[in-house]
Design a protein around this ligand. Structure first.
Ligand SMILES: Nc1ncnc2c1ncn2[C@@H]1O[C@H](COP(=O)(O)OP(=O)(O)O)[C@@H](O)[C@H]1O
Ligand SMILES: [Mg+2]
Length: 393
């Protein structure tokens, strides 16, 4: 099965692109499910579902046409129904984290139930193998990142704390129970947690398997959006989730240049498009034009899919290399960047406050540093077996 995640800032076009990709895949014969957790029901809107159809779906998959289903999960309802107790406990648990040190410092936020719920579904559909492709229209970037960090947190907790705590409870409850009103979780509650964990088991491996999971970052050619996409890209890399494409949506077509009003916009957008290409290289970058009017309903979405993918199969893994990673050893951190065919003479480095810019010939790669590493300076760099290795100190 393939899992394709659309991630990006709010309003960039994630839902639209998820829907367009869904139509295209289903036409090619893939049994496709598009899932969203958006409480605004924008997926139903994109697929032009009526209010009655949406309500009668009750959060379950709705068949749109042959090979195509959509599902809008109402997280609040899910929580109330299944996870109330677990959630209360998780709130406490996420104050402790098992994340890699760098990542933990960057993400001093509590992962929410939205992410857990969507992970549960990812795992369910992955195990059931009922669909060939699962498309996830992710919530805006911040939440998407919590989504991919989630399995690590949970796994660590279950391993390190859960076993011990449960043991302690078994011994402590009879004693404490008699002398105080301190509320202690009971056995049923641990059972629920265990059951819950069982449902999530293995999802971390699914997310970091580049043959299964791809993230497609959706962005617009605008300053704020570009910046956020760059950060997201860094995080997905840190978490080891494969980003296989970047889609620049709402590019004003160049033939609109006759319009004085749009000409300036075209210029501005061109600048950001260049920037995006240098940021994300060598990950493939697709440009999607600003369409005439809003994009919803089958015909328009299919047109859009044609523009994005051309003759390409959207289920294909478009790109599959980890562009860079931070590796820690006894001496400190090394930034390792995949850069085949590069010789030492052609590489130069530059460090600004928060990023390392690696220039290779005319090609420039911007690598945003995790907060923890920003005060470090590149000490030495070498080129080895197709990698640039930069020691940070
Ligand atoms: N390429 C495009 N051309 C024109 N309108 C677009 C395009 N992509 C998205 N839109 C419109 O922009 C709005 C926001 O898109 P949406 O997919 O809901 O964003 P997100 O899910 O990222 O919040 C929608 O009204 C959608 O129809
Ligand atoms: Mg949306």
């Amino acid at each position: 099965m393939r899992i394709i995640l659309f991630s990006g800032k709010g309003g960039v076009g994630k839902t639209t692109l998820s829907a367009a990709t869904g139509y295209r895949l289903s036409e090619m014969g893939y049994r496709t499910l598009v899932v969203s957790l958006d409480p605004a029901h924008s997926l139903s809107d994109a697929f032009d579902l009526s209010e009655e159809e949406r309500i009668s779906a009750k959060g379950l998959p709705v068949k749109i046409k042959e090979n195509l289903w959509i599902q809008e999960i109402d997280v609040q309802e899910e929580i109330d129904r299944y996870w109330g107790d677990v959630y209360r406990f998780l709130e406490i648990l996420f104050n402790t984290t098992g994340l890699d040190e760098i990542v933990a410092e960057e993400l001093a936020i509590l992962p929410g139930m939205e992410e857990v719920t969507s992970l549960l579904y990812v795992n369910k559909y992955y195990r059931e193998k009922e669909f060939d492709v699962l498309i996830l229209d992710l919530p805006p970037t911040g939440e998407s990142l919590r989504f991919v960090s989630m399995p690590t947190v949970l796994k660590w907790y279950m391993k390190k704390i859960f076993r011990t705590e449960r043991l302690v409870m078994r011994v402590a409850r009879p004693v404490v129970g008699r002398i105080s009103d301190v509320p202690l979780p009971d056995e049923a509650y641990f059972k629920a947690l265990e059951n819950f964990y069982e449902k999530l088991k293995g999802v971390d491996e699914v997310l970091v398997d580049p043959d299964v999971t791809s993230v497609r970052i959706v962005t617009n050619p605008e300053k704020m959006v570009v910046r956020e996409s760059q950060r997201a890209f860094m995080y997905f890399n840190l978490f080891g989730v494969n980003v296989d494409a970047v889609i620049i949506n709402r590019v004003i077509p160049e033939d609109m240049e006759d319009c004085q009003y749009l000409r300036d916009w075209i210029g501005i957008q061109r600048r950001y498009i260049e920037e995006i290409r240098s940021f994300f290289s060598p990950v493939p970058v697709f440009e999607v034009p600003l369409m005439k009017g809003e994009v919803f309903g089958e015909e328009r979405l299919k047109d859009l899919a044609k523009v994005i993918y051309g003759e390409r199969d959207p289920a294909e893994v478009i790109f599959r290399e980890k562009p860079y990673e931070f590796v820690k050893d006894e001496e400190g951190y090394t930034l390792i960047i995949r850069a085949p065919f590069v010789t030492k003479e052609t590489v130069s480095l530059l460090k600004s406050e928060e990023e390392i810019v690696v220039r290779v010939g005319n090609f420039k790669s911007h690598i945003l540093l995790p907060r923890k590493l920003r005060r470090l300076e590149p000490e030495r760099a070498k080129v080895e077996d197709g990698y640039i290795k930069i020691r940070l100190r």
